[in-house]
Ligand binder design. Structure first.
Ligand SMILES: [Zn+2]
Length: 395
């Protein structure tokens, strides 16, 4: 689409910038977009003319959701495992190997279609930026192709060769770590922006995780990690030690973990350098206790919300669902949850051009079928996304 775009008659505009309250709300507002960027925000009555026009009809508009944690490159599903869990079996993470087998057996085209299907599903629910991880290939060739396919859809791609130790390396995990740090990283790095490790009992211990993340850093990748999901552990503090952009899950935290995250605070009061990304879809789908968002927020830790979309432990692509869970189950206010799902996700990706609607930001907007962002939590499960504009283009 060429030319300028005006979105006007916005009853409630969430900017996450200057404005009323923590979400920087503007009333009766308009947004002018040129070349994929926001160039003007002001009262709807004074909006300039534009080549194209979207009338929000008094509805709420917010920045597109930033889903900073998703595993979209896989084959098969694990509905049977979900049913077994709901019948009482505990979640251990062991089912990842089932998906590894199916993914290795899939063609490139099958994987590509799954990524596109899920990315489209998320877009229709308001997600305009989505991080995509590898991690179901676990061979040099399968990790590289997973990231190559992910990079066709997102610039936020993450090498997760250290998801689990694959069955063929079960009795020699040191050798697998060597493979990840050596040929696998070399093959994956051209397609990846980030490196991630599942640092958890049954996956990778802290020494292996540190070694793998350090190799990734040396190859120019940013650090993020899965930590403290299934039980207490050293993952969060390792993330802080390595200046991770985000530590994800944070379900089981000690006071020292919370203090370590709070200790990464920027001196200007703009939050913490390492973000705690909470993934309530995983607790929902594994029937586990939710992380305590309130405790993190009260300590001054920057919190993001993401879906963890994957076929085992959280097969949802819906950020509105995660917002509703965070409000109902994690003691976040609706404003905190919406901030965490937009600006928080952007912080978790170390981006300042998304998750906000301010002049210069990328023009990613969601028009709700509701007068207020409050409805995202107040009306759970309802399709409230009326229109999505991504990069200045109505979808
Ligand atoms: Zn995950």
């Amino acid at each position: 689409m060429s030319g300028s775009l005006l979105v006007d008659n916005i009853g409630e505009l969430v900017t996450n910038g200057a404005g009323e309250g923590p979400l920087g709300i503007r009333r009766n507002a308009a947004v002018l977009v040129e070349e994929g960027r926001v160039v003007w925000i002001g009262p709807s009555a004074y909006a300039p003319a534009a080549d194209h026009h979207v009338d929000a009809g008094g509805a709420a508009v917010l920045p597109g959701f930033v889903d900073s944690h998703a595993h979209l490159v896989f084959a098969g599903d694990r509905a049977t495992e979900f049913a077994a869990r709901m019948a009482g079996q505990p979640y251990t993470g062991g089912g990842i190997r089932t998906t590894v087998g199916a993914t290795r057996a899939a063609t490139d085209e099958e994987l590509r279609l799954t990524v596109r299907r899920l990315r489209g599903e998320a877009l229709r629910q308001g997600t305009t930026t989505m991080e995509i991880k590898s991690g179901y290939g676990l061979t040099v060739a399968d990790e590289a192709r997973s990231l190559r396919i992910a990079a066709e859809t997102s610039t936020e791609t993450t090498f997760l060769g250290a998801h689990v130790v694959p069955a063929e390396y079960a009795d020699r995990p040191d050798d697998y770590v060597g493979l990840v740090c050596g040929p696998m990283l070399a093959a994956a790095a051209p397609y990846a922006k980030w490196i991630d490790v599942f640092c958890e009992r049954g996956a990778f211990d802290v020494d292996h995780a540190r070694a793998i993340l350090a190799c990734g850093q040396a190859a120019g990748l940013g650090v993020r990690l899965h930590a403290n999901q299934l039980g207490p552990g050293p993952g969060v503090q390792l993330g802080v030690e390595l200046d991770a952009a985000s530590v994800d899950h944070c379900t089981h935290l000690s006071d020292a973990d919370v203090d370590a995250l709070a200790g990464t605070a920027h001196s200007d009061g703009s939050g913490t350098r390492t973000v705690a990304t909470l993934l309530p879809g995983a607790e929902f789908s594994t029937r586990s206790p939710y992380p305590d968002a309130r405790r993190l927020l009260d300590a001054g830790v920057t919190v993001a919300l993401a879906t963890d979309c994957n076929p085992g432990s959280s097969y949802t692509s819906s950020m509105p669902f995660c917002v509703a869970l965070a409000v109902r189950e994690m003691r976040m206010t609706p404003a905190e949850a919406v901030w965490a799902a937009t600006a928080g996700g952007a912080r978790a990706l170390r981006r300042d051009d998304i998750g906000v609607l301010t002049p210069g930001a990328r023009a990613d907007l969601v028009v709700l079928d509701a007068p207020s962002y409050l409805h995202l939590a107040y009306r759970p499960g309802v399709p409230l996304i009326r229109q999505v504009i991504r990069n200045g283009v109505p979808q």
